[in-house]
Write a protein that binds this ligand. Structure first.
Ligand SMILES: [Zn+2]
Length: 231
């Protein structure tokens, strides 16, 4: 899972380690496997001038499975991999934007983020807050855009679980940290947000552009849903 260290790598070489029909495992990979509300990468694999499309990437029993559009690769094939950068970069911008917006909503209302689904065109955020006025949500977005303009840097570090447990407000997601994790990857967005996170982010908030509110929905009780896009 090399994307955890370098989210900006677009092309790399790898060796096929396992093959099960059109599903392969590599010695190492920069392809993002779906998880944490971020969809998997897509892309292309080249071997002997033959092109294989990567149509899905997922984690299964601790392995990263790359699902291809056809069979044909064998164990020990040395392949060239290209990530669909357009899609991935949009998702990186969306992911960092979702964190900033969540942090603002939490700061202003103390609301818990209860769900999220990133997408290239629109991202969904679910959270529990009493108020349901469009002006309020527009204010959150405006504040988030102000922070984005300040060009906060995003930094990533790995700490032990013991260290993480001592940090307050580390994970806002109600679920908390997975029980059998030894090391925790911490993504920090300037002074705005600090989270345990396995997703891909941009290096600085200016790369995000501008958040635009698409719609809000009342899902009953205190459950609110927001969709946003990026300009
Ligand atoms: Zn995240």
């Amino acid at each position: 899972m090399l994307y955890l260290k370098d989210s900006y790598k677009k092309e790399f070489e790898a060796i096929v380690k396992e093959v099960n029909a059109n599903k392969i495992v590599l010695n190492e990979t920069y392809f993002y496997a779906s998880g944490g509300g971020q969809p998997s990468d897509k892309g292309i694999i080249i071997f002997n001038n033959q092109e294989f499309k990567v149509i899905n990437v997922k984690k299964e029993n601790g392995k990263i499975i790359h699902e291809l559009d056809k069979e044909g690769l064998k164990v020990n094939d040395k392949i060239r991999c290209m990530i669909d950068w357009n899609k991935r970069y949009k998702l990186m911008r969306m992911h960092t934007a979702a964190h900033i917006l969540s942090a603002i909503i939490h700061r202003e209302t103390n609301a818990m983020i209860t769900g999220n689904q990133l997408d290239e065109e629109r991202t969904r955020l679910d959270f529990s807050v009493e108020d349901f006025k469009k002006e309020l949500f527009e204010k959150f977005i405006e504040e988030a855009n102000e922070e984005i303009k300040k060009d906060h840097k995003i930094t990533i570090k790995t700490i032990s679980k013991e260290e993480a447990e001592k940090m307050e407000n580390l994970s806002r997601l109600a679920k908390g940290l997975p029980p059998n994790l030894k090391e925790i990857r911490i993504v920090k967005i300037g002074s705005i947000d600090e989270q345990a996170d396995g997703g891909t982010h941009v290096n600085s908030t200016k790369e995000i552009g501008k958040i635009k509110l698409l719609s809000i929905e009342n899902k009953g009780k205190n459950n609110r849903r927001m969709y946003f896009s990026l300009e």
